[in-house]
Design a protein around this ligand. Sequence first.
Ligand code: XIL
Length: 329
Amino acid sequence: MNVKLHEAFQQHFLIGAAVNPLTIKTQRELLAHHFNSITAENEMKFERVHPSEHEYTFDAADQLMAFAKSNGMGVRGHTLLWHNQTSPWMFTNEDGSTVDRDTLLARLKAHIETVVTRYKGEIYAWDVVNEAVSDSGEELLRPSKWLEIIGEDFIAKAFEYAHAADPNALLFYNDYNESDPVKREKIYTLVKSLLDQGVPIHGIGLQAHWSLYHPSIDEIRQAIERYASLGVQLHITELDVSMFKFDDHRTDLVEPTEEMLALQAERYKQFFQVFKDYSQHISSVTFWGSADDFTWLDGFPVRGRKNWPFLFDTAHQPKQSYWNVLEVA
Ligand code: XIL
């Protein structure tokens, strides 16, 4: 078997993969060999664990925890508060009207307490709040039910509830387009204001949904430096490298071209060089999957289009990207 990724980088950071009930079956060997951290791709999200007010469903999440335990892997928790994949009952009263601030805060507290307490001591870091910052325009926060009903302090409250439930878990703010200079400054401003208020937040998650073309290495370095200047830990939380520009909606490719594979390998090498350069700040690097036979990018942003974003191919064999990444270690 090839050199284990997590062993190659053990001096620097954990190497993680997002998993789901299918991939822990179909990619079991690969996962156990190369990775020492996992994240549930969907199984710990609100709608999955809390379908109605007095009903929690933890079976799938528990199975992922057991998989991690039996393979000696750490677990990153994802995610406690998001504008997507949250059960609609959360925001409505029995008569169909919208809940008030106090009710929503009480429900949020109950949710976070229950989920975080269940895995207390077993999850080393939680993405407490996911994607709250707006991508465009002047406003800092994206419009959401959370913002509308609770107000801006929904973020601080979520961190406080999570910290109370597990004081030892590292608590993260997690977002995408994190290397874009404008959004970067918004994320910086948000996290700085939380720190200034004494909110228990310990890190920023850089999702790192990147591509062959975007973002530039300079933008990535600048983002890492800016976030690190806050004195918080950084995790790379959802790394994948799409073969397509975001607005390229071509669907005719059945396998990646040689050029694509070569460019991807070059990009991966540069990314890992940057991660290593900043490994004093970066303690965990997680891919949003592990091999090209299963990726959420097959459905996003173009439904049904195949993509090949990882270090391992559809047969779980190392790509040039894998060898390049190892060179950096
Ligand atoms: C994605 C999952 O991979 C998909 O299976 C699901 O249908 C939608 O969510 N940012 C995040 C992740 O924080 O939770 C998302 O995961 C990908 C983008």
